[in-house]
Design a protein around this ligand. Structure first.
Ligand code: PAZ
Length: 319
């Protein structure tokens, strides 16, 4: 039996999975009918609980910045976006306020006679780009093109991914999976978890972690075989990244692997496909202007996805 089948048989699915499936299906069906392609983005890190009544958990570095920025650029390219994110990680449009403190660019008028009549205004010079962000955000709200779904634990993420891939398979090539979440490679099976808070009086803690099943292969082969699938590969050693990205592509036979190094991920990535390896760079001046590498990544993927849809929509083909 495949390790992922065993995993789903022994772990417990999130209680709202069926409701989420209906929402996901309805959102996607309405946008595909309205001629928008759909991208399913995963973003942020998964937690690995150490206790059933969780006080402590293992986490990772991911801020969700890549996923949130990418969501904005896909929206501006006309996509409908399903944004599956780690609770409290960066969100599209709101990510702006992680680096900017709103209290610094809001001011309150002086009205000593009637404090309740004071009004609040924005000092735009202290919030460059805010008008543009707000305009885009309002348009996205008006068009209903962004669906946000949150997760926290590794297990809720994995159940969500399988359910979503199976559900979205109904929409064939028009769906792109953009798997930017940093998913833990190790976890503690449910049956080995301590029910209550682990007591320090028991002495040093030795953890025995199992390997998380890899879901990319069943996603590509079984759950959503017609979709356009983009995975990310993160390493800290520049000497192995290229090999690992190529191996992942060969093993899983999906469309794109984007490789990045932890420390330089905002500045450079390599887009790897069966036929090419294309490095994307940000110049120092682009970074100083606050531009995002995700704008270039998304532009490249949108082109590749359109071509993929065209090539798979041969006469007589029902996609
Ligand atoms: O979330 P973030 O913006 O801080 O980082 C993005 C990233 C490095 C998590 C992403 O680009 C990525 O590589 N995700 C896959 C990680 C992995 O190999 O599991």
């Amino acid at each position: 039996m495949a390790d992922w089948i065993r995993y789903f048989e022994s772990e417990i699915p999130p209680t709202n999975l069926e409701e989420t499936r209906k929402t996901l299906y309805g959102f996607t069906a309405s946008h595909i009918q309205g001629a928008r392609n759909v991208v399913f983005i995963t973003s942020g890190g998964t937690t690995v609980p150490l206790e059933t009544n969780t006080v402590r958990f293992i986490d990772n570095f991911s801020s969700g910045g890549r996923g949130a920025a990418s969501a904005e650029y896909f929206l501006s390219q006309g996509y409908a976006v399903i944004f599956v994110y780690r609770q409290k990680s960066a969100l599209p449009f709101q990510r702006y306020f992680i680096t900017q403190n709103p209290l610094e660019f809001l001011s309150v008028s002086d009205n000593v006679d009637n404090p309740l009549a004071r009004s609040i205004s924005v000092d735009e010079s202290k919030a460059p780009g805010l008008k543009e962000i707000l305009t885009q955000y309002r348009e996205v709200k008006r068009n209903g093109t962004l669906l946000q779904i949150e997760f926290t634990t590794l297990s809720s993420y994995l159940f969500l991914l399988r359910m979503s891939a199976e559900t979205l398979s109904a929409f064939g090539h028009r769906v792109m999976f953009y798997l930017a979440a940093a998913v833990s490679d190790f976890y503690i099976p449910r049956e080995n978890l301590s029910t209550h808070k682990i007591q320090s009086s028991q002495g040093p803690l030795v953890l025995n972690l199992q390997q998380t099943p890899k879901l990319l292969q069943p996603l590509v082969k079984d759950w959503s075989p017609q979709a356009f699938v983009v995975s990310f590969k993160l390493e800290t050693d520049v000497n192995i990244i290229s090999k690992k990205a190529r191996e992942s592509l060969n093993k899983n036979s999906h469309q794109v692997v984007i490789s990045n190094i932890l420390q330089t991920r905002r500045k450079t990535v390599v887009i790897v496909t069966a036929n090419e390896e294309n490095a994307i760079w940000m110049s120092d001046s682009e970074l100083e202007q606050g531009k995002d590498i995700e704008e270039k990544i998304v532009a490249d993927l949108v082109k590749k996805h359109s071509e993929f849809i065209r090539n798979n929509s041969l006469p007589g083909y029902n996609s």
